[in-house]
Ligand binder design. Sequence first.
Ligand code: SAH
Ligand code: SF4
Length: 338
Amino acid sequence: MLIYDFTYDELEEFILEHGYKKFRAEQIWNWVYKQKVDSFKEMLNLPDDLIELLTSSFTFDVLELVIKNTSQDGTIKFLFDLKDSNLIETVLMNHNYGMSACVTTQVGCNIGCSFCASGVLKKKRDLTAGEIVAQIIKAEKESGVRVSSIVIMGIGEPFDNYKNFVKFVQIVNHPKGLAIGARHITVSTSGLVPKIKEFAHLGVQVNLAVSLHAPTNEIRSKLMKINDRFKVEEVVDAIKYYIHVTNRRVTIEYIMIQELNDSVETAHELAKLLKGMNVYVNLIPYNTVKEAPYERSSLERRQAFYKVLKEHKITAVLRKEQGHDINAACGQLRSQNL
Ligand code: SAH
Ligand code: SF4
């Protein structure tokens, strides 16, 4: 069992079951998440028999670093081996507000978006909560930085691994552990409608981003196979429902692909669709991947698109990309077998 798979409450229960006092759980979490040790024998304030019990019950050993690449803009990409021959990627991005980690939730992805390198491989398996947590600890240790925010935007569809996603949030958010505030965590979904509604009732302040990428079914179906299951209107209704329940703003992700979803007319349609909603549109320059035939929208087209949204009083931002030179930008991640 991976130690990072345990929530604080689960560890406390384990400790009590084995006849130890509750405060031992806090000591252990302090070693694991504040000191970031990777063996139980380093936990100097624990009795020997407890160290023995922990050593025989849990492991720290899950990710092995295969490659670490640093981009000119400071973005660091890690390729980790899960030790079952599956490889995953994790990215650290430097923002003016601190270091942000982009984590993987699945080996491969079944949603199959035509523009995304991660979707090329079908899902092989879900990651456990602990395997997602371990990416943060390992990336911190391998780079000597401290992560202060998390985006769940690596390989995989987090809402297709919902239970482990929720557990992951509980673990990293816990004040006795990494203590990363829910408001500093963003989850991105391709728009799994029932899960968006379920997430609305989770009662955490985690930010929601939805990959819309097109205002019409005609365009969206070309880009995202999932649009056959959940149409644009259904996704927008689910977002409205989420906003109604949580009173929180939702980020709409919109990757801009040349001559596909970036015309001024399409901008007007998007503005109409989102009118009056508490959303924030992230206009993301498409990153070319060798698996897909698309081109990045030109700066002029992106700016014209943005201008239309502004005219309609839709809050939007034209985003810069990071880490393009090391294939660490959005959609360039994929699990590979070397
Ligand atoms: N599966 C989830 C989260 C991971 S993808 C989702 O799709 O939302 C994270 C973001 O990267 C999504 O908005 C996705 O659409 C975007 N993305 C995928 N491929 C991209 C590419 N080639 N260029 C730019 N963004 C891309
Ligand atoms: Fe999966 Fe997201 Fe890539 Fe689509 S964009 S294939 S949902 S990882």
